[in-house]
Write a protein that binds this ligand. Structure first.
Ligand SMILES: Cc1cc2nc3c(=O)[nH]c(=O)nc-3n(C[C@H](O)[C@H](O)[C@H](O)COP(=O)(O)O)c2cc1C
Length: 192
């Protein structure tokens, strides 16, 4: 059976933030579908501001790019900060600039499941749309379904278990769309 690697990026400087929990939960659902998964949480994404004019990268940044290079699919989650994607997540995504000369540049050929969490529906949805626009710019394929979470309605317990059947269903569908797309693209690349 063909194994695909799905890489998750999500979180804030705060441990166990809602976006970190949502991305981790979606990765678990992808793993249940047979994918290998790797999570980059908020702590893993605290990278220096991306500097295109410099060549030197931290070990943490190099590891992120190495794993994104290997990834067949990505799950990305951001909190809505002032109506858009948080600086921490945007900065991590800016590191994909180091992949611009790759055979698969940026997020080319990878399905990307997008998740946004905010203290209200307005910022949750505007942030989801912003994330999808970023994924388009990076040549990735945002999945048809994204997940918008209103964190004023608690969605996860302290262990990270999803408390909301509708959100769990949405994460499950996103995981399924990312894994299926990854498998299809593997077949296309193998046949090329
Ligand atoms: C700097 C900052 C800006 C925020 N701006 C907004 C906002 O514009 N609209 C909103 O609904 N929530 C806003 N929030 C609340 C977060 O989006 C919300 O708490 C979210 O669920 C946090 O996700 P997390 O648990 O992953 O940190 C803001 C929070 C912070 C810290």
């Amino acid at each position: 059976v063909c194994k695909v690697l799905i890489v998750g990026l999500g979180g804030t400087t705060r441990d166990n933030s809602s976006t970190e929990r949502a991305v981790a939960a979606t990765l678990r659902l992808a793993a249940a579908l047979g994918a290998d998964t790797l999570m980059f949480s908020g702590a893993d994404l605290q990278l220096p501001l991306y500097a295109p004019e410099h060549q030197n990268r931290s070990d943490q940044a190099r590891f992120l790019i190495d794993q994104l290079r290997k990834a067949d699919g990505v799950i990305v989650g951001s909190p809505g900060y002032h109506g858009g994607v948080s600086g921490l997540i945007k900065n991590a995504l800016d590191y994909t600039e180091d992949m611009r000369e790759d055979a698969r540049p940026y997020l080319d050929g990878r399905a990307v499941g997008c998740i946004a969490s905010a203290a209200g529906w307005q910022a949750a949805t505007t942030t989801l749309v912003a994330l999808r626009s970023i994924v388009h710019a990076l040549r990735g394929w945002p999945t048809p379904l994204g997940v918008a979470i209103n964190s004023t309605e608690p969605a996860f317990d302290a262990e990270g278990v999803c408390l909301s059947p509708p959100i769990n269903n949405q994460m499950d569908l996103v995981a399924c769309q990312v894994v299926n797309f990854a498998l299809a693209f593997r077949l296309i690349r193998a046949a090329a």
